[in-house]
Design a protein around this ligand. Structure first.
Ligand code: ADP
Ligand code: F6P
Length: 348
């Protein structure tokens, strides 16, 4: 191959820049040119008035001073119409017109589905896992997960201090979409008392009992980590509980959020409880050394595979060895690590 493209798509993740850098520099050192497409699949569709808004030729200098920066300098976006076959065909046509013979797509599950569609339509693609969620089952880690964990831990250290001073319980809501990995690993790393994830059913009554038990054991404050997707695995009859408590009556009939969960837990446990939603703080920030190394290794491997004409795969890491799997098998649906879940309970 003489020319390939690279893009970042879906939610940004710290380390995406390091992956782009590795793709660009590995390609250039093998006499391949690289086109950087902007805003995910939107760039490939080339609908902007000014071409520079859609794509740019990458040089070694394009990726200077980027390895330590969070976000993605190629920018990212969601491009919902990319599910349509005619839109995908237009993308293939555009890429071929530019002389792009292969495309490296950095993102998560959705991005890989787009890449798979292009591959099936005759444009070779390779996926690099870039998402803080760590929800792709085929790889031990995705780029950005380690940074998100470290950021969450740093925030929770601060929350713990104020929580301790007030002898309160703190619920901390972390990202992860339908995957509990950020919550689980953060809980373990922060010594949290309770972790609530989408992959395990839970009740507010159990959480309240756990808190009461903690107080009896002499705990002055407690940290509960809740994954944003964990509302889906709550099995309590919340409406009944709220109808029985005057102070919770406004929750009846609303779509439950984690602030409301904290209020319910406070009423049932009798322990003052506050919720903090970490939100986008977990997605930004300079990537950790571990994410930079992973991104550099995966970026270089993706280019090596392209050079060997091996496409239609997603690269990843298992037991610290780089691997590749067919991209249509690189899906979400990661299972929660039962050993880690148990450890959070044992160590709490
Ligand atoms: P992530 O890649 O992090 O999982 P999304 O699920 O938002 O993020 O997907 C990112 C983009 O990938 C979408 O905006 C769309 O352009 C593309 N995409 C998602 N699902 C599909 C699909 N089934 N077919 C083609 N493209 C898709
Ligand atoms: O996939 C990364 C992620 O940050 C998820 O953890 C979160 O649910 C989602 O993206 C938020 O998406 P948006 O950028 O649309 O707010």
């Amino acid at each position: 191959m003489k020319r390939i493209g690279v893009l970042t798509s879906g939610g940004d993740a710290p380390g995406m820049n390091a992956a782009i850098r590795a793709v660009v520099r590995t390609s250039l050192s093998n006499d391949m040119s690289v086109v950087g497409f902007k805003r995910g699949y939107n760039g490939v569709l080339m609908r902007s008035l000014d071409q520079i808004d859609d794509y740019q030729m990458m040089t070694s200098r394009s990726v200077s001073d980027k390895i330590h920066r969070g976000g993605t300098f190629l920018m990212t976006a969601r491009c919902l119409e990319f599910v349509q076959p005619e839109v995908q065909e237009k993308a293939v046509k555009n890429l071929k017109t530019l002389g792009v013979e292969g495309l490296i797509c950095i993102g998560g599950d959705g991005t890989f589905q787009g890449a798979n569609a292009l591959n099936m339509k005759g444009l070779p693609t390779i996926g690099i896992p870039g998402t803080i969620d760590n929800d792709l089952d085929y790889t031990d880690f995705t780029i950005g997960f380690d940074t998100a964990l470290n950021t969450a831990c740093e925030s929770i250290n601060r929350i713990r201090e104020t929580s301790d001073s007030h002898e309160r319980a703190s619920m901390v809501t972390v990202m992860g979409r339908n995957c509990g990995d950020i919550a689980l690993h953060t809980a373990l790393a922060c010594g949290a008392e309770i972790v609530l994830i989408p992959e395990r059913e839970w009740t507010v009554e159990e959480v309240a009992d756990h808190m009461k038990w903690g107080v009896m054991k002499g705990k002055r404050s407690m940290i509960m980590i809740i994954a944003e997707g964990a509302i889906a695995s709550l099995t309590s009859d919340v409406h009944k509980i709220c109808a029985e408590h005057e102070s919770l009556s406004d929750i009846v009939g609303t779509r439950l959020d984690t602030n409301q969960v904290a209020r319910i837990v406070e009423v049932l446990s009798g322990q003052e409880t506050r919720n903090t939603v970490l939100g986008y703080t977990q997605r930004g920030g300079s990537p950790t050394a571990s994410d930079r190394v992973l991104a550099s290794r995966l970026g270089a491997r993706a280019v090596d595979l392209m050079r060997q004409d091996k496409s239609g795969v997603a690269v990843g890491i298992r037991k610290n060895k780089l691997i590749e799997v067919p991209i249509d098998e690189a899906r979400g649906g990661r299972k929660a690590d039962r050993e880690l879940l148990k450890l959070v309970d044992v160590l709490s």
